[in-house]
Design a protein around this ligand. Structure first.
Ligand code: MG
Length: 395
């Protein structure tokens, strides 16, 4: 029996992780759960999975949760913590063999880093961990001899394909991208794109920010950065290909010209289960891809004019140091402004580009360095959004 801790248990990946755990009751159990503010969901998760420890974002929520659990008649309450120390306690719980890192944002970074250093196997779904602190986290993983298993469908696919050859036999990684809702929108119309249009993702149902990040291809930029750190492949050998059906989750080309692809339905339970059971494969009754029903699989190159953010991600990675972290922070602030209708859709790329140009060169030697670079990039992004709004008002 392996025990699992989850950061972000009430989010989409957290809930699907619990579904996978529930489908394998003789294999997995829950050690500890961390959630943000969704006490309704967390209360029912605690009643079902009986974790030893839980954490929420604030002391007030921790008190509220205790009241709810007593009212629900639980004979034994879990230990309840809160805030960043609570996240770290969940991530490093002594009973947990695996941490599922699925909190959204830099909030999960410090705790995930602590888990890696504590020697936990990590199923990684938090983008910020490798985008903002890839060098630091990978060095810690190597030092602790820890497996970082990607839950993201693309990296999970590449992880699977890489098992077919030696590192020296890999020619390139090919990340597939759906292209999002604006794959075919005339460029002239992109300036008027609304949050509603950008939120209508064709294949995957996800949170708001990642859906916008899929429309700009910022998300694919993150994935290039993550793939570089996870698989130790130079960025020039990581390509992106538009694949509207999202059935081929990604591919690896080997030096002999063979290309291996991993296919599956758009169901995150598959990569989650892979990460939890690795290096074994376990039977699943839930997931099946009906190949005969696939009419076609299309592939196309990415237009850099349509998707400037992908170029910006590569530039950030090339500039090294804190720039990938800056790229992430600037994007998060810009996406928020776009969703609030304070910034037009093409303004997201503009803000990122300006912040990358202005952010000071910084070295990342600790999580504190990451958080400082993140805060400064957010400040610069807010400034640039105000500048763009002032300019638009004059015109
Ligand atoms: Mg993905």
């Amino acid at each position: 029996m392996k025990k699992i801790s989850i950061l972000g248990s009430t989010g989409s990946i957290g809930k699907q992780t619990l579904a996978v755990i529930e489908s394998m009751p003789d294999r997995f159990a829950v050690a500890a759960l961390a959630a943000g503010t969704n006490l309704d969901e967390l209360t029912s998760q605690i009643a079902r999975h009986r974790p030893d420890l839980v954490s929420v974002s604030t002391p007030a929520l921790a008190d509220d949760l205790a009241v709810r659990l007593r009212a629900a008649g639980l004979e034994k309450l879990p230990e309840i913590q809160h805030g960043p120390p609570g996240l770290i306690a969940v991530a490093t719980h002594p009973d947990a063999a695996i941490l599922v890192s699925a909190a959204v944002g830099v909030v999960g970074l410090e705790a995930t880093y602590a888990a890696v250093r504590a020697g936990k196997q990590v199923a990684l779904s938090n983008k910020e961990v490798l985008v903002a602190a890839g060098e630091l986290v990978m060095a810690a993983a190597r030092a602790a001899n820890v497996d970082l298993l990607p839950v993201d469908s693309e990296h999970n696919a590449i992880h699977q394909c890489l098992r077919a050859g030696r590192p020296s036999e890999v020619k390139r990684l090919i990340l597939t991208a759906s292209g999002g809702p604006f794959r075919k929108t005339p460029l002239a119309q992109m300036a008027a794109a609304t949050p509603e249009q950008a939120l209508a993702h064709p294949n995957w149902r996800m949170g708001k920010r990642i859906t916008i990040d899929s429309a700009t291809l910022v998300n694919k930029g993150f994935e290039v950065i993550e793939a570089h750190w996870l698989f130790d492949i130079p960025p020039a050998r990581i390509d992106v290909l538009i694949h509207p059906q999202s059935t081929v989750h990604s591919m690896v080309e080997f030096v002999d010209g063979s290309i291996l692809a991993q296919l599956g339905p758009p169901d995150m339970r598959m990569p989650i289960q892979y990460a939890l059971t690795y290096p074994e494969r376990a039977a699943s009754n839930h997931i099946a891809l009906d190949l005969a029903k696939l009419r076609r699989l299309d592939f196309a190159t990415v237009s850099t004019r349509r998707f400037p953010c992908l170029r910006l991600a590569r530039e950030a990675l090339k500039k090294k140091g804190a720039y990938s972290c800056v790229f992430n922070a600037a994007d998060e602030v810009a996406v928020e402004a776009f969703l609030d209708r304070r910034l037009p859709f093409p303004g997201i790329a503009e803000v990122i580009e300006r912040v990358l140009a202005r952010a000071p060169r910084a070295k990342i030697a600790s999580i504190a360095d990451v958080l400082a670079a993140d805060a400064e990039a957010r400040r610069l992004a807010r400034e640039e959004i105000a500048n763009l709004a002032a300019k638009a008002a004059v015109v």
